[in-house]
Design a protein around this ligand. Structure first.
Ligand code: NDP
Ligand code: OXD
Length: 313
């Protein structure tokens, strides 16, 4: 089979860098030039323009530049071809670093020390062992499981919540709607690593935050969201922080991105903001993985890491 050409339809990343790396092995056409081009068989996308993929008569597979694929499903004219998501060691490592960094910072009172320093306050809060704190990972998938195993090795108690049963050694696992409240009630630090789907949109709301466990050495429950912004209600998080339902939050993702300059989250003393950078897709690592998958597919092998279109992730 001839090597298919690639349409690169990328908003917000660095299309030129992706183009350079992908074109080492295949011809790459930048959106919008490839519209209706019959020689294009693959699309590599991030937030592609609506209906561009539907215009390609011989499209055989869509590759997401990210682990999340909600940006692809936002296209009303999405063609019915396989969708491949990113699963890669370096992306997983970045996310594990982010989760462990934020959990340790909240556990070791980083926000308190940062507020004390400008005022030259020498005050030592009580220290507690990690084993006193349970971290609940919402979304025990590729990223959630990797973070869970490092947190376990640091001595934290770890809970996990997923759609189906996903047993993991050392982790108390919960699943589905029935498992949600018990999972929250056993969790001090909630780490959100869910995909954005019709079932998960808005799931991080006041009612859910209210269920988190308060009995812990942290002095309150903590939210860390590195999944997607529209999983959460920004206003509910602010309300929970202001009435003490939440002690602190680390947010990498927001309902609207970039986070509007008018958002009170920017200057909230209990919030740590990062600009959707928990785990950045690095084309140097990811482009070769995509090219290998295209080669394998053309040899008649199966594509890995396929998205379940019905589940939406
Ligand atoms: P996976 O598909 O491997 O895992 C998703 C997990 O979420 C699975 O455990 C799945 O359950 C669970 N899940 C999905 N829907 C539900 C539901 N309705 N109820 C309960 N659990 C549910 O994804 P990854 O771990 O690779 O990535 C997770 C998300 O992280 C991405 O979708 C993306 O949005 C986000 N992300 C953010 C980045 C950032 O920089 N901020 C970077 C990379 C990813 P089950 O196991 O049963 O299928
Ligand atoms: C992703 C992301 O989904 O960067 O990979 O958010």
């Amino acid at each position: 089979m001839e090597k298919g050409r690639i349409l690169l339809a990328v908003t917000g990343f660095h299309p030129q860098r992706w183009r350079e790396l992908l074109s080492a092995e295949r011809e790459v056409v930048l959106e919008p030039d490839g519209a209706r081009d019959p020689s294009i068989t693959y699309a590599v996308v991030w937030k592609q323009k609506p209906n561009i993929l539907a215009s390609l008569p011989n499209l055989r597979a869509i590759f997401s530049i990210g682990a999340g694929v909600d940006h692809i499903f936002a296209d009303p004219g999405l063609p019915d071809v396989p969708i491949v998501k990113v699963v890669a060691d370096n992306l997983t490592q970045y996310m594990t670093e982010y989760v462990v960094w934020r959990v340790l910072d909240h556990h070791r009172q980083g926000l308190l020390y940062r507020s004390q320093q400008p005022k030259k306050i020498w005050h030592e809060p009580q220290q507690r062992p990690a084993s006193d704190i349970s971290v609940g990972i919402m979304g025990l998938g590729n990223l959630g499981r990797a973070a869970a195993s490092v947190l376990l090795s640091l001595g934290f108690a770890v809970n996990g919540w997923s759609r189906g049963d996903r047993p993991m050694d050392g982790v108390a696992t919960y699943s589905g709607e029935a498992g949600l409240i018990p999972f929250l009630k056993a969790t001090d630090i909630l780490v959100v690593l869910l995909p954005l789907t019709p079932d998960t949109r808005g799931i991080i709301n006041y009612g859910v935050l209210k269920e988190l466990r308060k009995r812990n050495g942290l002095g309150g429950s903590v939210l860390i969201n590195a999944g997607r912004g529209r999983l959460q209600k920004d206003a509910d998080i602010l309300r929970a922080l202001d009435d003490g339902t939440l002690k602190e939050a680390s947010l990498d993702v927001f309902e609207v991105e970039p986070l509007p300059k008018t958002s009170p989250l920017w200057s909230h003393p209990k919030v740590f903001v990062t600009p959707h950078t928990a785990a950045t897709s690095d084309p140097v690592h990811l482009a070769p993985i995509m090219l290998r998958q295209m080669d394998a597919f053309e040899r008649g092998e199966k594509l890995d890491n396929l998205v379940d279109r019905k589940a939406g992730y």
